[in-house]
Design a protein around this ligand. Structure first.
Ligand code: BGP
Length: 471
């Protein structure tokens, strides 16, 4: 049902937007920063590398001022591990600490709450050389990094996110430029789920450490959640949707919240001889960690049908494509949904369904850490007309209010992205920002910032606490 008497957005709702370090900062090897896996990867053909990005590193004051002009209450950004620890462990880079300290102060100067992602796809290259998440020591590496962040920024950062889209790292590593498979590996699935297990343990320990060191702070995970629909009401399709929901979504949140492996996923891993090995103490560590809220990225729903194990299934290419697994589920193109210019389905109502489901399952406040539309924006006479983005954001925000009226506890909305930045695998041409950056894929041009039409529109949305969504 569509509510007519809508509840208002709560006071203190975090209206803001998101970025990630390796996609927005640039200065990829400046001021003592070590390379991350993103800096040394093969960039997809036709797309630029990550040395300059939006040059946020050098423009952060101007960028935060623009966010303040929009009235942001929050800015969700990530901290580059290899800017803080160039070799991933050991030696701290003071200039890295200084940069984030200044960035945080700049936010606070305008009353913008910094929401910090500790890890967003950018493993230090030096740690990849030591086996990345495959190495059990990665748990301790992450904890060392976490402690440094809490020590240096914990006095000013109250909201922490552990690992961005761990589910996408596990399911579509190559699309986001982060896949580590050791030489001689014979069971890739087992290897990937072992790495996933290390990340789950690292996350649990980081949450516990955060609560110990910063009793006032709040911390949560940030997976990419797409509720999975069944393609039809055939019982087999419903089972397939349950399978994909478990593999794609619930594994990560059942673990973060309840500290246990989702039983459907465990049985799927057993069938593939891919169950992770627990080290001593893991079970307790996982059970003892408790997030304060659930951060989640939402772009669209997914749809699945039964797979009889016969024909070949489509491969999963990126975050929002479903692919399939013989005998488990098969991705299905939902004929009821429109797509973006880059082929991602658009489903605002599915956003509400996702929020309802998340809240029913976990009963924790929800923070939207990403949501947005990638498009080919054009700068004409100093203006960027992006009605398609306004429409996308408007329809999604309207569904948050429906969800709030459904009784879902919503903390905030931080769409992707505050400012144009480099896409995970489709370069600069796929823009998401409210602020336009004057550069092309390879021509850096002026890097000047322009306010898109969506900038002015979002400013009004924030000023009216979500009451006025009109153009
Ligand atoms: C999410 C990532 C972001 C971001 C966004 C858009 O999966 O957390 O880093 O890039 O998706 O994706 P893309 O850049 O592939 O269009």
């Amino acid at each position: 049902m569509l509510h007519k008497n809508l509840k208002p957005f709560p006071n203190g709702f975090f209206w803001g937007a998101s970025t990630s370090a390796y996609q927005v900062e640039g200065a990829s090897l400046e001021d003592g920063k070590g390379p991350s896996c993103q800096d040394v990867k093969m960039v997809p053909e036709g797309t630029s590398d990550l040395t300059v990005c939006a040059d946020h590193y050098h423009h952060y004051q101007e960028d935060i001022a623009l966010m303040a002009e929009m009235g942001f209450h929050s800015y969700r950004f990530s901290i580059s591990w290899s800017r803080i620890l160039p070799e991933g462990t050991g030696r701290i880079n003071p200039q890295g600490i200084e940069f984030y300290s200044n960035l945080i102060d700049e936010c606070r100067k305008y009353g913008i709450e910094p929401i910090v992602t500790m890890f967003h796809f950018d493993m230090p290259a030096a740690l990849d050389e030591r086996g990345s998440w495959s190495n059990r020591e990665s748990v301790e590496w992450f904890l060392e990094f976490a402690r440094i962040l809490f020590e240096n920024f914990g006095d000013r950062v109250k909201y922490w996110l552990t690992i961005n889209e761990q589910n996408m790292l596990t399911l579509v590593g190559p699309a986001i430029g982060s896949l580590f498979i050791p030489e001689g590996c014979t069971n890739q699935m087992k290897e990937i789920y072992q790495q996933n297990h290390h990340q789950l343990v690292a996350q649990a320990k980081a949450m516990e450490l955060c609560h110990k060191m910063l009793p006032e702070a709040k911390i949560g995970p940030a997976p990419n959640i797409s509720l999975v629909y069944a393609a039809t009401c055939k019982p087999e399709d419903v089972l397939a949707a349950q399978n994909f929901n478990a593999i794609r979504n619930w594994l990560y949140l059942d673990m973060a919240v309840y500290g246990v492996y989702n039983h459907l996923v465990w049985s799927y891993l057993e069938a593939h001889d891919a169950c992770p090995v627990f080290s001593e103490g893991d079970e307790d560590v996982l059970k003892n960690a408790h997030p304060d809220f659930i951060g989640f990225n939402y772009y669209s729903t997914a749809t699945a049908e039964a797979d009889n194990g016969g024909e070949e299934t489509e491969t999963t290419v990126d975050q929002q494509s479903a692919g399939g697994e013989a005998g488990v589920y098969k991705g299905y193109h939902n004929p009821n949904l429109m797509k973006t210019e880059f082929g991602w389905e658009i489903d605002p109502i599915g956003f509400r369904a996702t929020m309802r489901e998340l809240y029913s399952r976990y009963r924790l406040p929800l923070l939207v850490t990403e949501n947005g539309l990638g498009a080919y924006d054009k700068l004409e006479d100093g203006k960027i007309h992006d009605p398609y983005r306004i429409q996308y954001l408007r329809e999604h925000i309207a569904q948050i209010q429906q969800a709030i009226t459904d009784g879902v506890d919503m903390l905030g909305y931080n769409p992707w992205s505050a400012i144009d930045l480099i896409s995970t695998h489709e370069g600069m041409k796929k823009r998401y920002g409210l602020i336009y950056v004057d550069r092309d894929e390879f021509d850096l041009k002026t890097l000047k910032r322009y306010r898109k039409d969506s900038f002015y529109w979002y400013k009004k949305v924030i000023a009216t606490n979500g009451e006025d969504l009109a153009d």
